[in-house]
Every structure is written in C-alpha cells, then in structure tokens.
Design a protein around this ligand. Structure first.
Ligand SMILES: O=CC(=O)O
Length: 307
C-alpha cells in the first residue's frame, strides 16, 4: 500500500467536518503554533488568522501544498519555503464578503449605524435616508468578490458600473478598464472597492480620486485597507463631504486614537467580510476538492503562488 496522503488542518472541528475522506488520506491537527507533527505533509491548511506567523513553522517540513483559508495573499510568497506552492481560498469568502459589502452600503445609506446609537439611548429619531435603489454604484474589482457584489446589487435596482484592470465583456456585463476610472467617478454615488491588495493597487483611490466623487458619495471598502489613501479619506469624511463604510482599514487593527474612528459618517467593521457562518461549508467544499485531486494525482486548484 502506498503511503497515505497527509493533510494538516489547524482545528479538531475542521478535521471532523472534512470526514468522510477518500481512502488512504490521513488528517492531522496542527495549529502551527509549534513544530509539525510529522516530517512530510502533502497539504498544509494554516489557521485563518495569523497566517504569516504560522508559515514560519514550515521550515524543515516537506510540504506539497499550502492551502490558505484566505483569498488575499499579498506578501505571502516571501514567507513560503522555496518551492512550496500556495493555493488561496477562492470560492470560500465571496458570498459572505459580498453580503457584508451590500450590508455596509445599506447600513450607511439608511443610517442604521445612527439607529444603533439611538437604540442604545432609547431615542426616537426619524431620519429620511438615502435608498440603495436608483443609486449609481461603481464596483471597482471584478473578480470573485466584485462579481458576487454585482449579482447581489442587481435586485436592489441600482445603476451598476463594473470596473476592472482591463475592459472586457464578461457574462453580458460591460466591464470598464481602470483607465476609465477618472471619467466614471464624478457620476458615482456609491463606490465599492473589491480589489486585492499589493503594490499595484495601493492608493488606487487617492486624494485626487476621492476629489472626483460627488458631494455625499459613499465609499465602501471590502478589499484591502491600503487601496485607499487613509489620510485623504479622513480629510474628505471629516469635512462631511464623503461618507465611508469600511470592512478593511490601513492600518489594521485601526488604533483607538486614529481619526478615522471619529470622522463623521464613517462606519467601520473589523475586517470580517469572510468571517461568518458561510465560511466553514465553503471551506470544507474547497478542501475536499483539493484533497480528492491530490489523492488521484490531479493538479491542485486555486494556485496563486507556483512555488
Ligand atoms: O480578507 C480576507 C481574505 O483575503 O480572504
């Protein structure tokens, strides 16, 4: 009998949820807070949080594939041992992140954040809100998360514009190229950012881009904090010209004394787009697929660093 395919997962719960597995697959629990339980692991699933620190534990272990639980992977290639490929969690977080993006937009437009504060003080304070219906919404980033946001926005009767790195026709959607952004921002009432992080997207929304948005526009960010020049966003929200609803900030965690916390019209979630009950079943589906492929010698999916 050939040696088993060894898969490490960070928690007992995940190991349980993966059952039943194909024959000759062995799952070991390794939270990656200490040394590996064996010398060779075919698929390593690191913990969802503190991935960067966990990757340090891979030194000296023979690893076939690291299967991250996140979609984003900026900066991770440099932390992987040479030759080890990385798969991201495409297919796991899009649903949950898109749901939060739409939720943040509605919460801000309909002043749900204000109502939460009023609830805490038993204050009856009607506000005539702005509907999501009829807004001109621009989704910047037309990958898995951006497309999931777009699909959820359609039933809200918005005027939707999709923008990605290059113009294209995708599934009947006319996607604009990012080079058209400056022309599109002046008509955008809700800007939703769903781009990956990294050098090429850093400060894609800088002071000049924010200045192109019309008065009262809302900026929603579920991508990465550094997509926006934070100082510029603080200036635009402090003056009450723009509003913002953010699941990601720069820096993270946002320090308690950061002016963004106190800017009017700013709603902040602590980077929880993917952190919901939707994650586990989708993660299990992707892991089972990855394991089944490895067990029959097929190429892995979702490879983002070739190794
Ligand atoms: O931020 C979350 C992710 O990258 O999955």
């Amino acid at each position: 009998m050939t040696s088993p395919l060894v898969v490490s997962v960070p928690t007992e719960g995940l190991a349980r949820d993966l059952q039943p597995l194909p024959e000759n697959v062995e799952v070991v629990v390794w939270p990656m807070t200490g040394p590996a339980p064996c010398d060779r692991i075919d698929i390593v699933v690191p913990p969802y949080q503190n991935l960067n620190a966990a990757l340090g534990q891979l030194a000296g272990v023979e690893v076939g594939l690291v299967q991250s639980q996140s979609i984003g992977y900026e900066g991770i290639a440099a932390l992987l041992p040479a030759g080890v490929p990385l798969a991201n969690a495409a297919g796991v977080h899009e649903t949950s992140t898109a749901e939060l993006a739409v939720g943040l937009a509605i919460a801000s437009l309909r002043r749900l954040d204000q109502f939460a504060r009023d609830t805490a003080t038993a204050t009856w304070n009607p506000v005539f809100g702005t509907s999501l219906a009829d807004r001109r919404v621009l989704v910047l980033g037309w990958g898995g998360v951006g497309k999931a946001i777009g699909a959820r926005l359609i039933p809200f009767e918005v005027d939707l514009t999709a923008v990605a790195s290059r113009a294209r026709d995708e599934d009947g959607v006319a996607v604009h190229g990012v080079d058209e952004l400056a022309d599109l921002l002046p008509r955008t009432e809700v800007l939703i950012l769903a781009l990956p992080g990294g050098h090429s997207t850093r400060h894609i929304i800088d002071a000049a881009a924010l200045a192109l948005l019309p008065d009262g526009a809302l900026v929603v960010n579920v991508g990465r904090g550094p997509l926006i020049d934070t100082d510029a966003l603080v200036a635009e929200t402090a003056s009450r010209r723009l509003r913002a609803a953010l699941d990601v900030t720069d820096p993270e965690p946002l320090p308690a004394d950061h002016p963004l916390w106190r800017s009017p019209g700013v709603l902040i979630a602590p980077h929880v787009g993917g952190a919901s009950s939707a994650m586990r079943p989708r993660l299990v589906r992707v892991l089972r697929d990855q394991i089944t492929r490895a067990a029959r010698g097929a190429a892995p999916i979702n490879i983002v660093v070739a190794g």
